[in-house]
Each structure stands twice: as structure tokens, then as C-alpha cells.
Write a protein that binds this ligand. Structure first.
Ligand code: FAD
Length: 445
């Protein structure tokens, strides 16, 4: 965890979301030993969602967060709630067969439903806005997008996905960069930090004990820990001399994104930490913002190294893109990102950038999510591969179902096989940098 943090200072710069966040009453750091039914490691959306479900089912649930709730990807992402998976459906179809793939697709739609329901039920003020666009930047990409659209209609009953020709695409986004697109009315976007804090508040209200500034440093399943329960040892991050604590629980759920190297090296080998970045412009005013994206849908393109952007409730453009596969942030991040934005919207040349920040996503080799068990009483959720805003909510619910003895839906994902990245701890990043250079090149073909 420390190494990633040190290498990524620019990545973790103050975000627009932090500057527009609702207040959150920070939880205490853990000292001493607490007993629980379930101990969750990680206060992002995956961990918080599971915690909420478990507490509502009457289980004593403790959640440990090394920094503060929403500090990770969940509080700093592009805010785009999208159906499907970063991998598309191919790994599901190839490994699990057509019927299981169809179930997985249906669950990704359920994830969007769950998000809408929770926002309503817990009255989370996070600016939910309907609609998501995927756009193609050249004819070859348009043909690939069209083939995907037809496949989803034919094999997944996705009649709601609407094809847009060039003129229809231009009516959606005021940019000459795109030649075609697909509109998904079920997708949408939110202020991700306010959404995450809203889920955290709901979890706390349901009885979850949230400890912040508390890092899990060792996890032992019951079989190794003695005494019939799993053991999670912790340290307080902000205390000199590292005050220690311990949680004893019947189940542990690991939901720490890219930061679990110390407690679960076997998991860390199956994901690659990848940096991705966002800038926020100054407020554009309602009229100028509406001219850019009249429907206010969120937008991403279908490039391998994609641009993704949307309007905020206060009429800024939040523009994301660029990835760094080396965990080192690109120099002069705001200027680089601004150039990418002007490639799409040259008309914004006079607009000031007020914030630039980034975060880490946990990419798997095949880009499909990686859920499973390290031991019968230690479960994990990882590998959202940059496509986790909606899916983390459902993933938390599936983990909670599995802990409560209903594991069929969790196990559909757990059956997906994942290979570790080649090259071990030292070489996997340089190898990925090479692989990504190849994929970037393919974007231009
Ligand atoms: C810049 C950016 C843009 C993105 N855009 C989108 C988007 O538009 N749409 C989309 O669907 N997805 C997007 N994503 C991905 C999405 O944000 C993630 O998939 C999702 O938030 C992952 O949630 P999580 O709970 O697994 O991890 P996180 O939110 O990262 O939470 C993990 C938490 O665990 C804590 N932790 C880790 N280890 C320990 C430990 N040992 N002890 C205690 N605590 C620990 C960390 O401090 C962290 O707070 C984006 C991600 C980034 C970074």
C-alpha cells in the first residue's frame, strides 16, 4: 500500500469530488480486540455494499478502512454507472457457456437497478442522471461497435440499446470526433464520492461498525488462527508506534482494490494496478454545458485507451482518460489531460481546468471480475477492471448472500478462471507497459 501511495502523489491530488462532498463523520480507529460475525477489509463501494446487506440481515459487521471511507477508486472515479463488464461477455461465454453468460449480463443490469433503488431508498443526494453513450471515433471502430450492438440484441435481448448513426451521434455530443454510437437509457452517472458516503451512512445506520485510519495487516482463516474464528490484525495508520488491534470474526471479506499486496499476495498477483486520470473544468454555465451534451448522458468512446466524460450537476465538464501502466503519474497531468479534452471539444479552448486527480483500477488479465474464496471463511472481491461503479454494489450483495449460505450467484463469478500476470512482482509492470503499447497502437488501425 505504501509503495503505491508514494509513487502516485499526483494521482491522489485533491479531487473536485472532495471539494463538493457532503459531510461525513469519521469513524474511530480500532484499538483492542472486537468480536464480529463478519469483518470487511476496505471502505469502498464493494466493502460498504456487503456491509450494508449483512447488517440489514442482522449480522454483527465490522468494516476496516486504512484511510477514510471513499478514499479509493469509489470516491474518485468517472461516475459512470454502466451495464456489462470491462471484458465484455467473451470470457463468460467461453468459460461458462451461453446460459451463464446471459445470467451474468442480467446481473449487470440488476446492478444498475440496485444502485437506483439504494439512492432512492436511502435518499442519497448524488445527482443521479440517466443515460450513457458509447461512441466510435472511426469507421473501423463503428463497424466493431455495430457488431457488438447486434450481438447484444440477438443473444442478450438488449433491445433497449439504441444505435446512433453519424448525424444522430452529432446531435448527442457537439464534437466532430465521432462517427457512430450506442445509447443506453439504463446507464447513468453520479457524484461518486457522495454516492459512496451515502452508502456508508446507510451501512452505519444499519449497525455496521466502521473503523477508519485502520489498516488490516494480517488475515488468518479460522483453520490457522485457532479459537474457531478468523483473525484480522490491524494497525492505526496515523499513530506513532502503530497501535494494534484485532477483529475475530466468522467470516472475512477482502475488498481492498489494488492495495491488498501485504495481506493477500496471492490475490495481488492476479491484478495490475493501473492509474487513470480526470480533470474538472470551471463551471461552464447551464447553456454552454447543455450545448456540449444536450441529453446530459455520460460518454465514453470505444478506444482501448478510452476518453470518458460527463457534465457535473454544477455544469462543469469532468473529462477522464489516459492510463499509466507503470504506476507513475504522467508529468504535468492537467496540461496533458486538457489537450485530450480539446481534441474532443476544441470550443473549450478558453476554459480553465480547476482540478486534476486520478486513482487506481484493478485490472485482471482477461478484464473479467475476480470474486472467490481464499479459504472457506475468507472471501474476496476484486478485478473490477475500471468498470466497477455499479458492479461493486451487486458484488457486495452477492458476497453477503454467499456468507449467509446462498452462494449460487457468487459462485457463477467464482467459477471464472484467472491467470496471474506473467513476470512476478518485479517484471509484471514493465511487461504490461509493452503489452499496452501494442493495444494503443491497435487503436489507430
Ligand atoms: C479515476 C477512476 C475513474 C473510474 N471511472 C469509472 C467509471 O466511470 N465507471 C465505473 O464503473 N468504474 C470506474 N472506475 C472504477 C471504479 O471506481 C472501481 O471499480 C470501484 O470503485 C472499486 O471499488 P472497490 O470498493 O473495489 O475499491 P476502492 O473504492 O478502491 O476501495 C478499497 C478501499 O480499501 C481500502 N483498503 C485497502 N487495503 C486495505 C487494508 N489492508 N486495510 C484497510 N483498508 C484497506 C482502501 O483504502 C480503499 O479505500 C474508475 C476508477 C478510477 C480510479
Amino acid at each position: 500500500m505504501m509503495r503505491l501511495e508514494r509513487q502516485a502523489q499526483a494521482l491522489l491530488a485533491r479531487s473536485y469530488y472532495q471539494d463538493s462532498a457532503q459531510p461525513w463523520e469519521r469513524g474511530p480507529a480500532l484499538a483492542g480486540t472486537v468480536q464480529a460475525d463478519v469483518c470487511i477489509v476496505g471502505g469502498g463501494l464493494a466493502g460498504l455494499s456487503a456491509a450494508l446487506e449483512l447488517a440489514r440481515a442482522g449480522m454483527k459487521t465490522v468494516l476496516l478502512e486504512a484511510q477514510q471511507v471513499g478514499w479509493g477508486a469509489s470516491g474518485r472515479n468517472g461516475g459512470q454507472a454502466l451495464a456489462g463488464y470491462a471484458s465484455e461477455m467473451e470470457p463468460f461465454e467461453r468459460q461458462l457457456g451461453h446460459e451463464a453468460a446471459r445470467q451474468a449480463w442480467a446481473m449487470s443490469l440488476e446492478a444498475l437497478d440496485l444502485m437506483r433503488t439504494r439512492i432512492r431508498e436511502h435518499r442519497i443526494a448524488c445527482d443521479w442522471t440517466d443515460g450513457a453513450l458509447t461512441l466510435a471515433v472511426r469507421p473501423a471502430k463503428a463497424r466493431a461497435l455495430r457488431a457488438w450492438h447486434e450481438h447484444m440484441q440477438a443473444d442478450y435481448d438488449a433491445a433497449h440499446l439504441r444505435w446512433l448513426d453519424e448525424a444522430q451521434t452529432r446531435a448527442q455530443v457537439q464534437s466532430e470526433r465521432y462517427v457512430a454510437g450506442v445509447f443506453d437509457p439504463l446507464g447513468g452517472h453520479v457524484h461518486p464520492l457522495n454516492y459512496t458516503l451515502g452508502i456508508a451512512r446507510a451501512a452505519r445506520a444499519a449497525g455496521v461498525q466502521i473503523f477508519e485510519g485502520t489498516e488490516a495487516v494480517q488475515v488468518q482463516p479460522a483453520a490457522d488462527a485457532g479459537g474457531g474464528k478468523a483473525r484480522v490484525r490491524t494497525v492505526q495508520r496515523e499513530v506513532q508506534g502503530a497501535a494494534e488491534g484485532e477483529v475475530r470474526a466468522h467470516f472475512v471479506l477482502l475488498a481492498g482494490n489494488v492495495h491488498l499486496g501485504r495481506v493477500a499476495p496471492a490475490l495481488a498477483r492476479r491484478i495490475m494496478p493501473v492509474g487513470t486520470y480526470i480533470i474538472a473544468t470551471e463551471a461552464l454555465g447551464a447553456e454552454r454545458a447543455a450545448a456540449l451534451i444536450p441529453s446530459r448522458a455520460c460518454v465514453s468512446d470505444s478506444q482501448f485507451v478510452l476518453d470518458y466524460y460527463r457534465l457535473s450537476a454544477d455544469h462543469r465538464l469532468l473529462f477522464g482518460g489516459r492510463v499509466s501502466y507503470s504506476t507513475v503519474s504522467p508529468p504535468d497531468l492537467p496540461a496533458t489531460m486538457r489537450r485530450s479534452m480539446l481534441r474532443v471539444f476544441p470550443q473549450l479552448h478558453d476554459v480553465r481546468v480547476t482540478h486534476a486527480w486520478g486513482g487506481f483500477v484493478d485490472i485482471t488479465m482477461n478484464r473479467a471480475p475476480d470474486f472467490g474464496r481464499l479459504a472457506p471463511d475468507v472471501l474476496y472481491l476484486q478485478g473490477f477492471s475500471g468498470h466497477g461503479l455499479a458492479l461493486t454494489g451487486l458484488a457486495g450483495q452477492l458476497a453477503a448472500e454467499a456468507i449467509r449460505g446462498q452462494a449460487q450467484r457468487f459462485d457463477l463469478f467464482a467459477r471464472l478462471r484467472h491467470r496471474p500476470f506473467p513476470g512476478g512482482d518485479l517484471l509484471r509492470t514493465p511487461l504490461l507497459v509493452l503489452a499496452m503499447a501494442w493495444y494503443r497502437l491497435r487503436d489507430w488501425l
